[in-house]
Design a binder for this molecule. Structure first.
Ligand code: HEC
Length: 159
């Protein structure tokens, strides 16, 4: 083999090696992405648009009353809804996107009492009219829709 042929061979081999490293890197980053997705299930969506919705859910304090990820669990004495504020995980089943936006804009100024002779529940939902604009509302509502657990057949009884 001449020196030139050897040089070509070495160059070809290094190119092959480079291609293999690049391919391995792609597979590796794809696997990492899938692992992150699996780990993120339940803790928060990775989709940037949905993540922005999650940030709005925090920014507008929805999280303080409806819980992280819409899971509920916030105490509201004498509220008709079992003394707790409802979670918002299943709104995709009970509201159209339009009705959901309207509900958020209206708020719930008067929360129905469990015991009519008891005190008013301390927490009522403020109106977000003039606070959340059309574009943010769309992102927030998409996020709320995304909270429905995949495969959930219908809203569970305890909700
Ligand atoms: C100060 C507490 C509070 C805050 C903040 C709040 N809510 Fe509410 N929300 C309530 C209460 C109380 C109700 C009515 C009773 C219930 O559903 O538990 C309600 C009802 C709802 C409902 C109807 C639930 C159903 O079961 O039909 C939705 C949807 C909702 N809120 C979404 C939101 C979103 C989105 C935000 C943030 C932009 C928000 N809420 C902020 C307290 C709050």
């Amino acid at each position: 083999m001449t020196i030139t042929a050897q040089k070509y061979l070495v160059a070809a081999l290094s190119l092959g090696l480079l291609a293999a490293v690049v391919a391995a890197g792609t597979v590796e980053s794809r696997l990492r992405l899938e692992a992150e997705k699996a780990a993120g299930a339940g803790t928060g969506p990775l989709d940037p648009a949905l993540d922005r919705g999650r940030q709005l859910y925090e920014k507008y304090s929805c999280v303080a009353c409806h819980g992280a990820g819409g899971a509920g669990g916030v105490y509201n004495a004498n509220a008709q809804t079992g003394g707790m504020i409802n979670g918002v995980k299943f709104v995709a089943e009970t509201y159209t996107k339009e009705d959901l936006s309207k509900k958020i804009l209206d708020g719930v100024p008067v929360v129905p009492k469990a015991d009519p002779n008891g005190p008013n529940p301390p927490l009522a939902m403020p109106s977000y009219r003039g606070v959340i604009g059309v574009e943010e509302m769309r992102v927030l509502v998409d996020y709320l829709y995304s909270l429905r657990p995949p495969g959930a057949a219908k809203k569970p009884a305890e909700w």
